[in-house]
Design a binder for this molecule. Structure first.
Ligand code: SF4
Length: 343
């Protein structure tokens, strides 16, 4: 019989478990700090916890971290393939920035939504990741860094749609942002969604994070074609949800727009995008498409990217062109779902 994974429990649940075993509640906090802050992979490492407590816990729970199956890197990013307890696999990408690292996290094994520019979408959906599997990517990635290297930023932009696994994502965000545990600042965390409209206000009730909307089309007919979820949650409904999203001072929603050659990269699409965004506080990330084997689209030309950006800048938008890192190892945006994934 497989014992429940302690990493799936919140610090409060670990405390309650300790109390049920006749221990003081503070033991739960100590154990949670060992698991989440210090990355302990066994009860034996918990040197300040009495042996009897560890034995009682070990009789009813386990600690199952993720196993690194493979890493592939270039000078910009490392793609990490993780093996999960049931034999499934997911990927994360550790992105090298100037003075820190950003981890791009997965939230599901595969994805049901089938955005046509995304390789993960070709896999289909297998299952949601548990809290321990979401946190396990961070705990495991930190172990791959050197002593002077810092993982300080997180983006939920890997495999899967995080709002279709909102409960586990929000539960993990509480540990991620808690200064006693992973202590990653809320301004350093961004969650990217295609726009699961009913889940957006529910996400707003959890820890504050940056919201990124993967938009990639300025009108329903084009978005229906490249992102089928738009047929369920069309742009007008999505816009209303975004108008209601609580923005703290200085914050803006990020709009991600994958540029596909000849499909959505014409300047008139930029003008239509600007029109759609009227009334929203946004910044726009333009992501030139990263082709993958069998992808139905091509990368836009430099000229098209620049013209699209200029058309938005002319409408007074803040625009950043994000040339994805990790393209050499298929770790760039939209490329996750390698050859060895799933069971
Ligand atoms: Fe799923 Fe996101 Fe890929 Fe769309 S872009 S198929 S939601 S992983």
């Amino acid at each position: 019989m497989t014992l429940p994974n302690l990493l799936d429990l919140s610090p409060d649940e670990i405390s309650a478990l300790c109390v049920s075993l006749g221990e003081k509640p503070y033991r739960g906090k100590q154990i949670a700090a060992w698991l989440f802050r210090r990355g302990a992979g066994s009860f034996g490492e918990m040197s300040d916890i009495p042996k009897s407590t560890r034995e009682k816990l070990a009789a009813i729970t386990g600690i199952r971290q993720l196993e690194v199956l493979e890493t592939a890197g270039d000078d910009e990013a490392d793609k990490i393939l993780w093996k999960l307890g049931d034999g499934c696999s997911v990927e994360s990408v550790l992105i090298r920035e100037k003075d820190h690292f950003t981890l791009c996290l997965s939230s599901q094994v595969g994805c049901a939504l089938g955005c046509r520019f995304c390789r993960t979408g070709t896999l289909g959906f297998k299952r949601n990741l548990s809290v321990g599997e979401i946190l396990g990517q961070i705990i495991g990635a930190k172990k791959l860094l050197g002593p002077s290297e810092e993982l300080s930023n997180l983006v939920f932009m890997g495999m899967g749609e995080p709002l279709l696994n909102r409960e586990n994502v929000v539960k993990s965000l509480k540990v991620i942002t808690d200064s006693d545990y992973l202590a990653i600042g809320k301004r350093h965390i961004s969650l990217s969604t295609v726009g699961i409209v009913p889940e957006i206000p529910r996400l707003a009730l959890g820890p504050e994070v940056g919201l990124t909307i993967s938009l990639s089309a300025p009108d329903d007919s084009l978005r229906n074609e490249i992102m089928p979820i738009n047929k369920t949650y069309p742009l007008a409904e999505l816009k209303q949800a975004l108008l209601n999203w609580p923005l703290n001072r200085g914050r803006r929603i990020t709009i991600a727009y994958v540029l596909l050659k000849g499909v959505n990269d014409q300047p008139e699409k930029a003008v239509a995008l600007s029109r759609f965004l009227t009334g929203l506080k946004v910044k726009i990330n333009l992501i030139p498409f990263n082709p993958w084997p069998g992808s139905p689209y091509q990368a836009p030309t430099f000229e098209a990217v620049n013209k699209f950006r200029d058309a938005l800048v002319n409408k007074n938008h803040t625009v950043i062109v994000r040339w994805s890192k990790g393209g050499k190892v298929s770790a760039a945006c939209g490329q996750l779902a390698g050859e060895k994934l799933l069971k």
